[in-house]
Ligand binder design. Structure first.
Ligand code: NDP
Length: 311
């Protein structure tokens, strides 16, 4: 994926914005009261909204009902209770299973689906809800449940701008609202791209812990060096982004040739210290391919081009 992958039809990404915490009361139905759905419903309740809740396992409605939510015995009853339906279930397949039987009740309502999924799933589900006469916003939650309604939580939204504008103030009680475009798949694309960055970091940090502790050095002690180091290296991201956007990857800092020659030392140390290379061996293969394709003088940013199979 290049950083230019936002379709021309999309609005520019708006900055994360927060609305006042007490917008006018709105009736909202929340479908799915797992860890995340319960946090969302509780935040709506605290902001003074009228909330109807439904969950497959009815017992999970208890704590929210104690806080003032209305329990719905069926999905149909939950859908009919509110013009705004917030869905947070395990997968899109689950969402289809839950909403499919009540398709004829959705017309005129807005469905905000905060279930994690792919851009293709979001687009397919947007088409399905449109066919039922409903508005659809797809969302990607960039927070864990404990962060909901806190200062660091934000949610990515995509879909029709008027639907987002109509509900932004209400949705802002969950955290910052970041609208990323009319294409309903974009929230998932941004979400998964951000998670990709996170998992890459997690993989590197965990590998580092696995390596350092082979000599009985405590992970906690090593953290004092690791955290500032990773943070400083992350400061290179804007430079890589500039190279990726411009297509100019030549560098005088750390060429692919230098990295390709140094990286085997990591793999050799893993082997010698008894640490698996299953996370890192593919990176060596990618460096080797980059050199094979003639990019020895380029910087690491070139690897993003090599990963993009459309090129
Ligand atoms: P949970 O596992 O805690 O909850 C899953 C929910 O889906 C429950 O309400 C469960 O009902 C329901 N469900 C599962 N299968 C079915 C089914 N066949 N029919 C009806 N309902 C079903 O997950 P979370 O609440 O943590 O996550 C929900 C979504 O939010 C996921 O897409 C997740 O990726 C996303 N998310 C979660 C984050 C987190 O940190 N937890 C962070 C960001 C996004 P029941 O209670 O009956 O099992």
């Amino acid at each position: 994926m290049s950083t230019h992958s936002v379709p021309a039809s999309s609005a520019p990404v708006s900055p994360v914005s927060s609305a006042p915490v007490s917008p006018a009361s709105t009736s909202i139905s929340v479908l799915g009261l797992g860890m995340m759905g319960s946090a969302l419903a509780a935040a709506f309740l605290r902001a003074g909204h009228s909330i109807t809740v439904w969950n497959r396992s009815a017992a999970k409605t208890g704590p929210l009902v104690a806080q003032g939510a209305l329990p719905a015995e069926t999905v149909a009853a939950a859908v009919e209770a509110s013009p705004l339906i917030v869905v947070c279930l395990t997968t899109y397949d689950t969402v289809s299973t839950v909403l499919g039987p009540v398709a004829d009740r959705l017309a005129g309502r807005t469905v905000v689906n905060l279930t994690n999924g792919t851009p293709a799933q979001a687009r397919e589900f947007a088409d399905w809800t449109a066919a039922q006469g409903a508005e659809y916003l797809d969302g990607g939650i960039m927070a864990v449940p404990q962060m909901i309604a806190g200062p660091q939580a934000y949610i990515l939204y995509s879909g029709p701008r008027p639907a987002f504008d109509a509900h932004q103030e209400t949705l802002a009680v969950l955290g910052g609202t970041k609208y990323v475009g009319t294409d309903p798949g974009l929230a998932a694309l941004y979400d998964l791209s951000l998670l990709t960055g996170m998992y890459g970091m997690v993989a590197g940090v965990l590998q580092a812990f696995a390596l350092i502790r082979t000599e009985s050095i405590p992970a906690g002690e090593f953290t004092e060096l690791l955290v500032p180091w990773v943070g400083a290296m992350l400061n290179s991201a804007p430079h890589w982004a500039e190279s990726i956007d411009s297509g100019q990857h030549l560098t005088n800092v750390s060429s692919l040739a230098v990295n390709q020659e140094a990286f085997p030392n990591l793999l050799a140390a893993f082997a010698a210290q008894g640490v698996s290379d299953e996370l890192f061996a593919p990176f060596q293969a990618l460096l080797d391919r980059a050199i094979g394709e003639g990019y020895a003088d380029d910087g690491l940013s070139r690897l993003a081009d090599l990963l993009d199979r459309r090129r």
